[in-house]
Design a protein around this ligand. Structure first.
Ligand code: GDP
Length: 639
């Protein structure tokens, strides 16, 4: 379609210029160029075609190299070669860049039909209402409970549910749907039943901001614990206000002041002490203090002025989803704006469908649910993921198209978070202006070094980039750390500690950069160099294998031999070094001494086999230790 006011000739000229400009554009990934794309190529091809335009040359976003080759009747290998000439290394199954497709097609005398028909997310954007004409009305607050294990998160949720749910809603059988709403003095409060900051941050990492207030539960007899601090940092990173519930106040050893004191060290100062954090003493067991807690939640939500438009087509987030026998896939959706009704057509993740039934947390069937109300939705063709956006659209065809487009993209494109910041590309991102703040998660072996590193790192800030430590703690790098980093686009710095294998896998999947150091100075130098674009080629470590020490023998001649079992990879003599880990903390780093199977020296031992290992100059190996063998690869810094 031509833009109004343009002649065909002008349009053609512009297209040619666009093709020339492609040279400059091609280096930038498509997703960073949305505007350019819509400006330059998202209109149908003009009249001048070398061959009459045939049906079937319709290029759709997300097409793979292979599909594109089929479309224009070429061999995929030839297309790949052409792409290579253009500086794009793509495999058969990777997504074809629109600009490259236009040029290659043109070389073959084919005019691609890029047509103005919107697809996928653009189509979705065009069918949902904008915020401009919103008729905002106040909505209930959505609350998530966090805290250290055993401090009473579940008990508190249950206590509130038992005392409050029955009050307003008669007759319903309470069922578990992952969220519930209670009425307090005619006002509603929604509780999300996803205890644990991992769930909270995992959802945020997927772009879903669903919580207005975090209730931080701290047991009065136990005080501030590591997960309490983690929860504080996760809530802060998400900019969600915290209300503290000091629980188990009924216990003889309870000491609320000690809790307040410890919390003040983490920046949460009680209102009663002149600070601005609301702290309420409760007992989930005796059900005391619950009313005060609820009142404080209402008070806080008034301050937040929470509003949404109940009159539009509903949009929400999946809180929980499962396949239920006899009922098929069901999802608990928290409506965020608009009103969800039975019969509404929707898209959620890669699925589309029509709401067959809505069930409230009480188990009662309802016809509609407004903002901040959780409901169970039946009528899905599959099970979506927690954190997926649930969007109502007008017609079924549109819903189906959007879902299909997403499914197609999911199959073809690499969904890993490649847009995340790494130390290697920090400088480029600073220059590009896309990074103004470098967020860090710091883990170390002892509290002292975590503090020292935090203090020194914050001093590295420049006029162009701020440095912010969003979480620092003691111990190995966990999945929770990686989730937090992924959701906050942060880099994880490990000081004398190692990532747990699961955390490492998650980091790889999410594209989170984990950096490990044993000397504070090294960490500082590298961050500084990265900020100035002077990062040396990175020496990237590659884990070759890990063996678990089962038994330890002392042999007079050769010192201590660890009887170990290779849990993954291969332990090999070719390893540059080995590391002894105790609870994910590095106990020793050095060289492999000997490697044996039975009495024989061997070159390598693979996963699933037992072996005898000694570490040069280190005799303090204990049963339960992990011996990790690694190689070091040299990787040039990308600037
Ligand atoms: P969560 O791990 O944070 O979900 O903690 P739970 O709710 O499972 O509670 C852990 C333990 O603390 C359970 O044995 C509860 O019965 C107990 N508990 C929870 N709240 C209270 C309370 O207010 N007073 C007392 N005395 N015990 C409590």
């Amino acid at each position: 379609m031509r833009k109004p006011g343009r002649t065909r000739e002008e349009e053609e000229l512009r297209l040619r210029e666009d093709a020339a400009r492609w040279q400059d554009l091609r280096a930038i990934p498509l997703h960073q160029r949305r505007d350019d794309r819509s400006k330059h190529v998202h209109h149908s091809a003009p009249g001048e075609v070398t061959k009459p335009r045939r049906k079937g040359f319709k290029f759709t976003a997300g097409m793979t190299v292979k599909e594109f080759a089929e479309l224009i009747g070429q061999r995929p290998a030839d297309i790949m070669r052409k792409l290579m000439d253009m500086g794009q290394m793509l495999t058969f199954n990777q997504t074809m860049n629109v600009d490259a497709a236009v040029i290659i097609a043109e070389e073959n005398g084919i005019k691609l039909d890029l047509s103005t028909e919107k697809v996928g997310e653009e189509l979705l954007e065009s069918v949902v209402q904008t915020e401009e004409d919103a008729q905002l009305e106040s909505r209930p607050p959505v609350v998530t409970i966090m805290g250290h294990v055993d401090h009473g998160k579940t008990s508190l949720l249950d206590a509130i549910r038992q005392t409050k749910v029955a009050e307003g809603e008669a007759g319903g059988i309470t069922q578990h749907i992952g969220a519930y709403t209670v009425a307090v003095r005619g006002k509603q409060v929604t509780f999300l039943d996803t205890p644990g900051h991992e769930a909270f941050t995992a959802m945020r990492g997927r772009g879903a901001k669903i919580t207005d207030i975090v209730i931080l539960v701290v047991a009065a007899d136990d005080g501030v614990m590591p997960q309490t601090i983690e929860a504080i940092n996760h809530a802060r990173a998400a900019s969600v206000p915290i209300i503290v519930a000091i629980n188990k106040i009924d216990k003889p050893g309870a000491n609320a002041d000690r809790v307040k004191n410890a919390l003040s060290e983490h920046g949460l100062i009680s209102e009663s002490w002149g600070g601005d954090t609301i702290m309420v003493e409760v007992s989930a067991k005796e059900k005391t203090g619950l009313d005060t807690l609820l009142e404080m939640i209402l008070l806080q939500s008034e301050v937040l002025e929470l509003k949404a438009d109940p009159h539009r087509m509903a949009k929400g987030v999946v809180v929980e989803a499962k396949l239920e026998r006899g009922r098929g896939p069901v999802a608990t959706v928290l409506v965020q704006s608009g009103t969800l009704r039975v019969g509404d057509v929707f898209v959620v993740g890669v699925f589309s469908g029509k709401v067959r039934a809505l069930i409230a947390h009480t188990g009662a069937k309802v016809l509609a649910a407004g903002p901040s109300i959780p409901v169970e939705v039946a009528g899905l063709p599959g099970v979506p993921s927690a954190g997926d956006v649930f969007q109502v659209v007008k017609d079924e065809r549109v819903a189906r198209e959007i879902a299909e487009d997403r499914a197609h993209k999911q199959r073809t494109t690499d969904l890993s978070g490649s847009a995340k910041v790494t130390l290697d590309d920090l400088f480029a991102k600073i220059k590009e202006g896309s990074v103004k703040e470098l967020a860090l998660v710091i883990k170390s072996d002892v509290q002292g070094s975590a503090e020292a590193l935090t203090a020194s790192v914050e001093k590295l800030a420049t006029a162009a980039v701020k440095l912010r430590v969003i979480h620092s703690g003691v111990g190995g790098i966990t999945e929770s750390d990686v989730l937090l980093a992924a959701a906050s686009n942060a880099i994880v710095i490990g000081f004398n500690v190692r990532p747990e294998p699961k955390a490492l896998a998650l980091a790889e999947q999410q594209g989170v950069d984990i950096r490990q150091y044993t000397i504070i100075y090294d960490a500082m130098t590298e961050i500084k160099a990265a900020m100035e674009g002077l990062l040396e080629p990175t020496l990237k470590e590659r884990i070759l294998g890990r063996a678990e020490v089962r038994q330890v023998f002392t042999v007079s001649k050769s010192g201590v031999i660890a009887g170990a079992y290779v849990v993954d990879g291969t332990i090999t003599r070719a390893a540059v070094g080995v590391r002894v880990l105790r609870d994910n903390v590095v106990a020793y780093e050095g060289k492999l001494g000997s490697l044996r199977r039975f009495k024989d020296d061997v070159r390598e031992v693979q996963q699933g086999y037992e072996c005898g290992i000694s570490v040069e100059n280190f005799n303090d190996i204990k049963a339960g230790d992990i011996i990790e063998a690694y190689a070091i690869d040299k990787i040039a810094a990308k600037l």
